[in-house]
Design a protein around this ligand. Sequence first.
Ligand SMILES: [Fe+2]
Length: 309
Amino acid sequence: MRVKGQAHDLMQMSKSEFQLPTISRRLESIKRYVLDGPGFYLLRGLPISRWSIEEAATAFWGLGLHLGEPCSQNGKGHVLGHVKNLGLDYQDPATRGYQTNARLPYHTDSSDVVGLLCLKTSKSGGLSSIVSSTTLYNEVLKQRPELLANLMRPFYRTRWGEVPEGKQSWAEIPVFMEHRGRIIAHYVRSAIRKGQLLEGVPVLTTEQEEALDFLDELSSDPALHLDMTFEPGDVQLVCNHSTMHSRTAYEDFEQPEDRRHLLRLWLACANGPALPDWMTQSYEGATQDGRPNGILVPGVPLHAPLAAE
Ligand SMILES: [Fe+2]
């Protein structure tokens, strides 16, 4: 992959302007592997040490266009995200985990696929970890089948104040949804917990809490999850419908320019798995291709910032 010069406006860039003749077929099979297979892929070795931030962002964005359509990741309309510790307090109801250095428990992002490009690693910690949500479903079924009914009914989760048109400040969505022969999962425990602070949201029952506790206990089982370290130039792709991800807490280097920094894409993939209406109507809206379209807030234009905001 060769990337030269200053990035032009990424929002205006099309797939045809970023041709990848030698790897486009491989990217297509990687996409199928992520969407319909094991649910994740780690690509190593993007030569980011030779690239400016503009060039790295252009390369990652261009790669993303071959996999799907970038969608908004927050209420600011960011279609290129920056996972970086901004020193915010994770206890604040409006703070998103990616803006902190806290441990992030296993969860799903919104969109078909989340992609991360590692630009800089932390001083210590910050391991990335994934677990198959389909495996979690099967383990609950095997070990505690009485908990499954609760996990397949909707939970109320906050939208972190990032409210799409016509929606409430919370969304109702089950953790596990059976749809056309697959188990589709959506789970952000912190969003369920913070949802409890919103007016109109019913208090979680002890049975619901017990079911979520067991889910978290299962994910923390080393026999079920996979830990990986990121190196600069790594690209991790994860299908949110079948895989949950997590990260350990981390310590940053002193200088702001040396601190852990990942670029993030949320991709809507036109030929992704069939999804229940919970995903594309109740929680998120849908793209023209009927895929989850991230966090669209009225009046907020989409943009691809080159620094964390
Ligand atoms: Fe995430």
